[in-house]
Design a protein. Structure first.
Lengths: 512, 361
């Protein structure tokens, strides 16, 4: 390991960095530093505050408090230009490249060094070759960026940062866009860069990558730094626990669940994404009336895809989806969400702004799924008064804090938006509920409300599939816990069988 | 705003109430028009004329007498229909830039039907021609919708290209199969008198078709805000994924928007054939299908807003020649003003924000 020597100042050091959005604390007094030649992994679930912290480093966000030191000097980063001038290079998840220009043109855009109006592309190409030589990062300077593969474009982003003098490289989930076979080559490049003295911050939520690549790992959870230790002194199970929380309240195994018949079932589901990467392989599971099946796992192991397959938003490549109906189980594999809703399915999606809500009033969002039913409409004519009454009831029952049903939903706080989504999904007495991260971003009070509502639905006899990366939540609510890893169901635990060690091991891919 | 939005996205100043939002929209549209006229005034000064006299003549030429008012309203009819056509598509999240082609094909078809049935009484002939125009416009528009949904072809491109196909096809037809017997000009025979609308103001060209345009505005408004179909259409336009998740048949809703959009564009063509030219001619439309895009944007895709914008643009076009006669300012200045309105409409997001900020502070 390339530890930073004491004689040299630390390339990047943050202390007490706090970033707030409204009353939401994205970074809470975070200390973080990376040494010369060090690869420092920043680990955390989606929304834990990793990207926010790195946006501070890149000069894209000014923190409310805290200090940043670069090479020992206090740095006041007001813009990305300030950060770049001090040697910070950021590779975003979405590349900042212009596809219709060549690699050399992309790299030197806006750089006076390359020539103010007419860049000397030959000189740029020579410099790129030199960089490529040094770090094993070959790119063709004359290739059009749009013709390159995603992996090559990522190399261009790194070369661009190096060309611009980056000594501190921040990579935001760089492997998310790479195919598995491309990752090894990418890691070689990062190791070479580190050996040459570059300080690297590697943002990820993939434990195996962090273990194999980094020298040091820091874990963020709910905006707070919960651990920072040498990678050699930790293990994936510990990191998983740190990421998803260890403030474990053991389940009260009340044994009250008397599951009834099958309500929804998937059989041998397989799904590949548009890059032909397998996201779900041979997944089978069933949820019965009156039980909550918790789907646990580290983010990105196929839970979201499974939920979308259940909801009818994603068509699996293979396998079957069945739902109960009055006339017995029906195959709903080829059915969209509409048909499944009429069979009693309710979906509380993970990304409510993108999938559940429309930039209209609370009232219009409240009736989205039931506008066809009386008294909300009659022969295709909408009854404004009935809609208003329906929305008033939903607002009252779910304690939505708003100015009235006409308020635009996007102006509500996240918790109140979720109350509308929940009230709409549960108000139609569903027989199946697919709830994905139903409490993400909510405060304690709103979280308790959501939990209480789900338990009430279970008592009513609904089958609930609860997908959550919050271990506490899964443990507190589930009758059974299904653990997913790498797109597969790795095991199922009943409440009585759950231990933290077993869950941690299963989440990192070791079968129970 | 919320505790949940993606970190780092600046929180915009938000207008909470729907009515307040509509007021802001109207005001910022008026600002766009005002700024366009102000820049136009500078140009008039540069030309060496008095902007007050020029604009005075413009208003006089557009609205100053029964005849000029009639001409303005007559011109607003096709603009209202194409504006509505484009507004409906926008509301469903689609861009129908093909109103011009839909207009031409629909006008031709309705003229042909009208010429084939010269003895039919007006009460039957007029509805027959209207239905023909709407169906043909709708089908031509549906083609772009199907290409979009089936093959993912961008309707921005397909609708424009379909315009050329339609317009050249019509040119061919007017020079061959359906040309008038005299055979001089690329136009059809004159329609029989029973295909026409009664005049609305005696001694002017304004006909009862303007009432149909008003009816279309009212019906479109009703459909968008008082029917489940309109509700779904707006939801699809705002967030197709949420619409799908809520169980809507997004494909069918999108296609229905393309159909209605084409039908309305077809009505614009029908109105010009029956109410103005009395026959199909090669240069039937001076770009109503394109001006309709600006009309829809300036009217904020609200049917009544479209009506107001259509009358404004009609007034600019009709009043331009009076302005030229009275002040010597070329009537093409009104084209510049129309273009400026486009620019300010596009930049209008900035007014909205300024407005919201001033309110917020």
């Amino acid at each position: 390991m390339q530890a930073s020597s004491n004689s040299e100042p630390t390339p990047l050091s943050l202390s007490g960095v706090t970033v707030r959005f409204g009353n939401f604390v994205a970074n809470d007094a975070v200390d973080f530093s990376v040494g010369r030649g060090e690869i420092h992994a920043l680990l955390g679930e989606n929304g834990a505050g990793k990207t926010t912290l790195m946006r501070v480093v890149a000069g894209l966000l000014v923190p409310q408090s805290g200090t940043i030191h670069i090479n020992g000097q206090r740095a006041d980063l007001r813009s990305p230009l300030d950060a770049a001038a001090l040697g910070v290079g950021m590779v975003h998840q979405h590349f900042m490249l212009i596809p219709t220009l060549t690699v050399a043109q992309n790299v030197c855009i806006g750089m006076r060094r390359a020539g103010r109006f007419f860049p000397d592309l030959k000189a740029v190409a020579r410099e790129l070759d030199a960089i490529g030589e040094r770090y094993g990062l070959r790119v063709d300077p004359n290739a059009l960026v749009g013709d390159l593969t995603v992996a090559s474009q990522q190399r261009v982003e790194i070369v661009k940062a190096l060309y611009r003098g980056a000594r501190i490289l921040v990579l935001d989930e760089p492997t998310a866009v790479l195919a598995p076979q491309e990752v090894a080559g990418f890691f070689r490049v990062l190791r070479t860069l580190a050996e040459a003295g570059t300080a690297i911050v590697f943002i990820s939520h993939k434990l195996d990558e962090v273990m194999s690549l980094s020298h040091r790992v820091s874990v963020l959870r709910h905006g707070q730094l919960v651990a920072s230790k040498p990678t050699a002194q930790t293990n994936p199970a510990e990191l998983a626990r740190l990421m998803i929380g260890q403030d474990l309240t053991l389940p009260q195994a009340d044994g009250s669940a008397r599951p009834g018949g099958m309500a929804i079932e998937v059989r041998a589901i397989g799904y590949r994404d548009e890059r032909d990467v397998a996201r779900l392989s041979d997944v089978s599971l069933a949820a019965h009336r009156g039980e909550i099946v918790g789907i646990a796992g580290v983010d990105g192991n196929g839970q979201q895809e499974l939920a979308e397959v259940l909801a009818g938003l994603l068509a699996p490549r293979s396998g079957q989806v069945l739902m109960a109906s009055p006339g017995g189980p029906v195959d709903v594999t080829g059915m969209g969400p509409g048909g499944r809703i009429s069979l009693g399915l309710s979906h509380i999606p993970e990304d409510r702004q993108r999938t559940a809500l429309v930039d209209l009033s609370i009232a219009e969002n409240a009736v989205l799924e039931t506008i066809d039913r009386r008294p909300l409409s009659h022969h295709g004519m909408i009854s404004k008064s009935a809609i208003r009454q329906f929305a008033d009831q939903l607002i009252a029952r779910n304690d939505v804090r708003c100015t009235g049903p006409e308020q635009r939903i996007m102006t509500l706080s996240g918790g109140n938006q979720q109350k509308v989504v929940l009230g709409r999904a549960l108000g139609r007495d569903p027989s199946v509920i697919v709830a994905v991260q139903p409490t993400r971003g909510l405060d304690i009070g709103a979280t308790a409300f959501v939990h209480q509502q789900l338990l009430a639905q279970r008592a009513r006899g609904a089958a609930i599939v609860l997908v959550s990366t919050e271990l506490d939540e899964v443990l507190a609510l589930s009758d059974r816990i299904v653990v997913m890893f790498a797109g597969r169901v790795i095991g199922t635990l009943s409440r009585a069988e759950v231990t933290l060690e077993r869950l941690g091991a299963m989440m990192t891919g070791q079968a129970a | 705003m919320s505790t949940f939005d993606a970190p780092g996205v600046p929180v915009p100043a938000v207008v909470v109430d729907a009515n307040a939002a509509r007021r802001t929209e109207i005001i910022s549209s008026l600002i766009a028009v005002g700024l366009a006229l102000a820049v136009g005034a500078v140009l008039i000064l540069a030309w060496g004329a008095n902007p007050l006299i020029a604009y005075g003549a413009l208003v006089d030429g557009a609205f100053g007498s029964w005849n000029s008012l009639a001409e303005t309203l007559l011109r607003s009819i096709p603009l209202t229909f194409t504006g509505l056509a484009i507004a409906i598509a926008f509301r469903a999240g689609a861009f129908n830039l093909g109103a011009e082609g839909q207009l031409f094909l629909a006008a031709t078809a309705s003229a042909v039907v009208g010429l084939m049935l010269p003895d039919l009484p007006g009460v039957l002939l007029i509805p027959t021609m209207i239905i023909t125009a709407m169906v043909v416009g709708a089908l031509w528009s549906l083609l772009a919708g199907v290409l979009k949904l089936r093959f993912g072809a961008n309707e921005l491109i397909t609708t424009i290209m379909l315009n050329y196909i339609a317009i050249f096809l019509v040119s061919y037809l007017l020079r061959g199969p359906i040309q008038e017997a005299a055979g001089f000009l690329p136009q059809t025979e004159r329609l029989a008198a029973n295909a026409r609308f009664p005049a609305l103001i005696e001694g002017t060209r304004l006909h009862a078709g303007v009432l149909i345009a008003l009816l279309a505005v009212g019906l479109t408004h009703f459909a968008l805000w008082h029917t489940t179909w309109g509700f779904r259409l707006r939801v699809v336009g705002l967030n197709a994924r949420a619409a799908l998740n809520a169980g809507f048949n997004v494909t069918a809703i999108t296609l229905s928007a393309f159909l209605l959009s084409g039908a309305l564009a077809g009505m614009a063509g029908y109105m010009e054939v029956v109410g103005v030219q009395r026959r199909m001619i090669e240069n039937l439309s001076p770009g109503f299908g394109y001006t309709g895009i600006i009309v829809a944007l300036l009217g904020r895709t609200n049917p009544f807003g479209v009506l107001a914008a259509a009358i404004l643009f009609a007034g600019l076009q009709v009043g331009g020649s009076t302005m030229q006669a009275a002040s010597g300012v070329p009537s093409t200045l009104t084209t510049i003003v129309q273009a400026l309105v486009v620019l300010f409409v596009i930049g209008r997001g900035a007014f909205d924000q300024l407005f919201a900020q001033r309110k917020g502070s």
